[in-house]
Write a protein that binds this ligand. Structure first.
Ligand code: HEC
Ligand code: HEC
Length: 207
């Protein structure tokens, strides 16, 4: 199965699994019951309930097409949600979801998820690819994705992230559907066939 085909299939399953966007939208559209005094704005924790179906409880995704979002920085969360909203970042589903939230709500969720503990997933990897990926990472990616991709100062967390998700994400970058940061693009364009797979094996081998 090609990554593109399996990706479409994954989102199909997500939606068929009862996580229909219509449900989310309908819930959001229900008129607020007039109560006095006015209800406080929804907290990050309340808003995050709408995300657990795909991103797991507390942002730790059971995978494999939805990334773990626990522990990513507030800045990256806000930037990427805005990029989904504006169509600057390609998506199967997050573009539609992100449009349902105001800046204040995105802000509240960013704080909530940044405070949650990231849990990496040890996945089945190929030892030779992992070793090759480790070297490639040091040479090309560590400068921004520090500590073997464990830090989320730039981008999301790569270490222990779901490998199918990383494949989809890199495909969106290399195909130009999502624009990469310029310096990352230079590095990625210089990679040889098989290098990205090795890098993703390296990330998937880490907890
Ligand atoms: C139906 C499944 C689904 C739901 C519900 C969902 N997401 Fe996502 N999310 C995804 C998928 C799949 C991706 C990968 C991008 C894509 O294909 O849309 C993603 C990507 C993301 C990312 C990017 C992470 C990174 O490392 O770059 C963030 C942030 C995010 N989602 C936040 C949320 C928030 C906040 C909610 C709840 C308001 C939510 N998602 C609800 C499926 C979902
Ligand atoms: C100059 C800094 C820089 C370098 C070098 C770099 N990246 Fe990135 N990377 C980023 C930034 C910033 C983002 C967030 C996306 C954005 O801002 O457009 C990102 C995003 C990503 C993502 C998506 C993460 C997610 O959660 O969805 C992956 C995967 C990734 N980079 C892999 C790599 C790989 C593999 C290399 C080395 C070949 C690399 N990057 C080199 C800065 C860099």
């Amino acid at each position: 199965m090609s990554p593109t085909r399996s990706r479409a299939l994954f989102s199909g399953i997500l939606v068929a699994g009862g996580l229909s966007l219509g449900g989310i939208a309908a819930a959001a559209e229900q008129p607020a019951t007039p109560v006095a005094p006015a209800l406080p704005p929804a907290s990050g924790a309340m808003l995050a309930n709408a995300c657990t179906g795909c991103h797991g409880t507390d942002g730790v995704s059971r995978g494999p097409a939805s990334p773990t979002i626990a522990g990513i920085t507030k800045d990256y969360f806000i930037d990427t949600m805005k990029a989904f909203k504006d169509g600057k970042r390609a998506a199967t589903i997050m573009d539609r979801i992100a449009k349902g939230y105001s800046d204040a709500e995105i802000n509240a969720m960013a704080t909530y998820f940044a405070g949650k503990k990231y849990v990496g997933h040890a996945q089945k990897t190929d030892a030779a690819k992992v070793a090759k990926g480790k070297t490639l990472h040091k040479q090309n990616c560590e400068k921004c994705h520090e500590e073997g991709g464990r830090l989320s100062d730039e981008g999301g967390i790569l270490a222990g992230q779901w490998m199918p998700y990383l494949h989809f994400q890199m495909e969106d970058f290399t195909s130009g559907k999502t624009k990469m940061p310029e310096k990352m693009e230079k590095k990625v364009k210089a990679l040889k066939p098989g290098d990205l797979d090795a890098l993703i094996n390296f990330y998937g081998s880490q907890k």
